[in-house]
Design a protein around this ligand. Structure first.
Ligand code: NAP
Length: 249
């Protein structure tokens, strides 16, 4: 898939990985449509990037996703790629006296049902294109979880599995299914994360990920070097050791 000639929709394109990815792909020549919930950061992203288009969209709302898919495909008939980047990561205390299930439910609605619902709504349009892509964003934590964010890890493992199935089911169509599995990256996904010295600098991550995405033959999984130990942990027999590093006793 030649992303430099594509019209690409990125959910959560108003901050962090989504915004940086949108800017890098726009710099290569792609047409970018971004969505997010926060009108202020959407406007700031558009002001800094003339030529991008934006829509307010809460990906956890089934009705909003359906309405948005109709609007965006009418207004942008060239749309041929979607990057399901919007996501939340919130710490859950499973030992709390009163466990707040709202976190688990919001995480599943955003990280898992969001991509499933938006893909379903966009699929007839994408299938009409001669070349198209559905890009999911999982995580290194899909392969070795962080125990204090159990639902987050579960949604990312589910996105990995869902991407594998979707890729197989769409094998005879014009649509490629690509999964980006980032390692820990310096963004505001969780409080203090952008200043975490163990996090991969955002610009470094984007540069390596975009060069993988731009390869003559796009890989089905976009894996920067930093995420390889997590991605291959089961296969290499290092799962317990890496689990222990991520989750100190
Ligand atoms: N940073 C990492 O270490 C890391 C590692 C692995 C995977 N990832 C994944 O990368 C993706 C981007 O995360 P990030 O690190 O760039 O964090 P971020 O800066 O917090 O960005 C998250 C984005 O998702 C959007 N979003 C969240 N809930 C939404 C909803 N209900 N509807 C629409 N948009 C919503 C946010 O937009 P609003 O602010 O407008 O809500 C924001 O643009 C996520 O899927 C995350 O799980 C990140």
């Amino acid at each position: 898939m030649d992303f430099s000639k594509a019209t690409i929709l990125i959910t959560g394109g108003n901050s962090g990985i989504g915004r940086a990815l949108a800017e890098a792909l726009a710099a290569q020549g792609a047409k970018l449509i971004i969505t997010g919930r926060n009108a202020t950061s959407l406007k700031a992203t558009l002001d800094a990037n003339p030529g991008m288009e934006s829509y307010e969209l809460d990906v956890s709302s089934p009705d909003a996703v359906k309405r948005f898919a109709m609007t965006v495909t009418l207004q942008h008939p060239d749309l041929n790629a979607v990057i399901h980047n919007a996501g939340i990561m919130v710490i859950e205390n499973v030992l709390a006296e009163s466990v707040d299930l709202d976190i688990a439910e919001r995480t599943i609605a955003t990280n898992l049902l969001g991509p499933i619902r938006l893909t379903t709504a966009l699929l007839p349009h994408l299938r009409s294109k001669s070349e198209a892509a559905i890009v999911t964003v999982s995580s290194g934590l899909a392969f070795v979880p962080r125990a204090d964010t159990p639902t987050y890890g579960a949604t990312k493992a589910a996105i990995h599995s869902w991407s594998q199935s979707l890729r197989h089911e769409l094998r005879d169509t014009s649509i490629s299914v690509i999964e980006i599995a980032p390692p820990l990256v310096a963004t505001d996904l969780t409080p203090g994360q952008s200043a975490n010295p163990r996090a991969m600098p955002l610009a470094e991550f984007i540069s390596e990920a975009v060069s993988l995405l731009s390869a003559a033959e796009t890989p089905s999984e976009v894996l920067v070097q930093r995420v390889m130990p997590q991605r291959t942990a089961e296969r290499t027999g290092n799962f317990e050791a890496i689990f222990g590093m991520i989750n100190p006793a």
